[in-house]
Design a protein around this ligand. Structure first.
Ligand code: ADP
Length: 497
């Protein structure tokens, strides 16, 4: 199939057509080494295509192209850059269904509940940032009446963006759209498990943006992501992934004295008070835990503290809601819940379920495994709700990145706030109550980058998103984050005497 940029309906053919390419300097090219690796459909275990296996040579080509392109890109008027980014958003919106199908195929995320939604948010993020070009303002400073003193916002240069597999389109958009509008050029390194849809997005953007502004590499972390962070012409790194890799990236960035933004893991608490609207809280737990994404979210509300007066009713209702969800072929419109991403992750999640049982927890397995023989090799796993589990059991403490929620019973508000804050993480937190004082108090005391009352929204354009403690450094998705992380402020003084 030719690599046509009109919307495609067959994700299998598209995966084949995209196989074996990076996007460097406006061209789809093979890896310098000629090597590729398999991309697997987690719902069947079948190989659906190949990704180019990038190494330091590919990084060199991509970063040089980005550095070269930046000279002209940063000189375009900011609103003109924004207009081009807006055009990317408009084009990507026309591809939402196509991108949704492709991401469902390579990640196993259900099309209706997850993948198509993500493709829509991808486009929205571009549209949001595309309108912000004229907000790249500086200040005038009352320093000395004889000296005209101003600050201007300048791009940092070439940005390296390293993304994970769970919501690769959204996370990519949060990094590259503001970076480009601010006058930077970008090299994106996709995740091993989800390279093809990211490449398709780049191919579509490449019809609009000048060559080299935007480059995309696939490959393994240490072989391709490592050289990207270490490249002398990369001026800033924005990373989303695990805490362990985040530390490696931060160390490498520290060696080069370049800024780094890190969006890492989470073990987010959700507190349900006895006066909460229980049905709303139950819906909040379903969304918060991302059951439709098999819990593969860094903000998953995986520690749920429920007041003893409503605990049993809450557990029964959540269980009934998850039981009613259909697990099946991610591409089927009837499917609510798809698969786990990879065999390694599948094993890891199962290990946590076993550890929780060993620690004395009661594991309630929900929903039903699909019966279709075509899916028998698929990485389907029944979501588990743990009750009667201690706070120190591994599934209660560690990030699982799977469909495992721990529900704890509490009586005392003060104690539950303390317990919620014991985690090494601090990404998101929610409280469910009808009492304004309790709500206000909790929003002040919960240690997290994103605290919500009586709702569980996910990342939204215009709201700063990011964690505290081990959940990361810096925020993304907002105007302030664009200014703070993708520009530097230059002070200029003109002595008029
Ligand atoms: P996960 O465990 O979810 O796969 P990782 O943090 O390992 O999370 O991966 C997130 C991203 O970081 C992926 O694109 C991966 O290839 C990349 N990565 C992994 N190791 C490194 C490394 N040493 N340097 C740079 N990037 C890396």
């Amino acid at each position: 199939m030719p690599l046509d940029t009109t919307p495609q309906t067959d994700p299998f053919a598209l995966a084949q057509a995209l196989s074996g390419h990076h996007l460097i300097d406006g061209q789809l090219v093979a890896a310098a080494s000629g090597r590729t690796f398999d991309v697997v459909n987690p719902a069947t275990g079948a190989v659906i295509g190949q990704a180019a296996e990038g190494n330091a040579d590919d990084v060199e080509r991509a970063v040089q192209a980005a550095a070269h392109a930046q000279t002209a890109w940063k000189r375009l008027p900011a609103r003109q850059r924004g207009k081009l980014v807006t055009e990317c958003g408009t084009r990507l919106a026309q591809h939402a269904d196509e991108l949704g199908r492709l991401i469902a195929l390579e990640t196993g995320k259900a099309l209706r509940t997850e993948s198509r939604v993500e493709a829509g948010v991808l486009a929205d993020m571009f549209l949001f940032f595309g309108g912000l070009g004229s907000e790249l303002k500086g200040e005038s400073v009352p320093f000395n009446p004889d000296m005209m003193t101003v600050t201007v916002r300048e791009p940092v240069g070439v940005v390296g963006a390293i993304i994970p597999w769970n919501v690769p389109l959204l996370l990519m958009a949060m990094k590259i759209a503001p970076a480009l509008v601010a006058g930077n050029t970008v090299v994106v390194k996709s995740a091993e498990e989800a390279p093809l849809t990211v490449l398709r997005v780049c191919q579509i953007m490449n019809e609009i943006l000048p060559p080299g502004c935007f480059n995309m590499l696939s490959g393994f972390g240490p072989d391709c992501g490592g050289p990207l962070v270490a490249h002398p012409k990369v001026a800033k790194v924005s990373f989303t992934g695990s805490v362990e890799t985040g530390r490696i990236v931060a160390r490498a960035a520290a060696d080069r004295l370049i800024p780094v933004t890190l969006e890492l893991g989470g073990k987010s608490p959700m507190i349900v008070m006895d006066d909460a609207d229980l049905d709303r809280a139950v819906e909040g737990a379903i969304t918060g835990m991302r059951f439709t994404r098999q819990g593969q979210s860094c903000t998953a509300s995986s520690r749920i503290y429920v007041h003893e007066a409503v605990h049993d009713a809450f557990v029964a209702k959540v269980r009934a809601r998850v039981d009613a969800m259909v697990m099946g072929d991610p591409l089927d419109e009837a499917t609510d819940i798809g698969t786990i991403i990879s065999p390694q992750q599948f094993e890891k999640v199962q290990g946590y379920i076993e550890a929780g049982k060993k620690a004395g927890g009661t594991a309630i397995a929900c929903s039903r495994l699909p019966q279709d023989p075509a899916l028998k090799k698929g990485l389907f796993l029944q979501p588990v709700i743990f009750t009667d589990i201690g706070p120190d059991a591994p599934p209660a403490k560690e990030e699982i990145f799977g469909p495992v929620a721990c529900v704890f019973k509490f009586r005392d508000y003060e104690a539950v706030i303390d317990e919620a804050n014991t985690s090494e993480y601090g990404l998101a937190a929610t409280i469910w109550t009808r009492d304004l004082r309790t709500a206000m108090n909790a929003t002040q005391r919960l240690e997290a980058g994103f605290v919500q009352v009586n709702q569980n929204l996910v990342v939204q354009p215009n709201l700063s998103y990011g964690g505290v403690k081990a959940s990361g450094l810096g925020k993304e998705a907002s105007l302030e984050s664009m200014l703070e992380h993708f520009t530097h402020k230059k002070t200029i003084i003109i002595n008029m005497t």
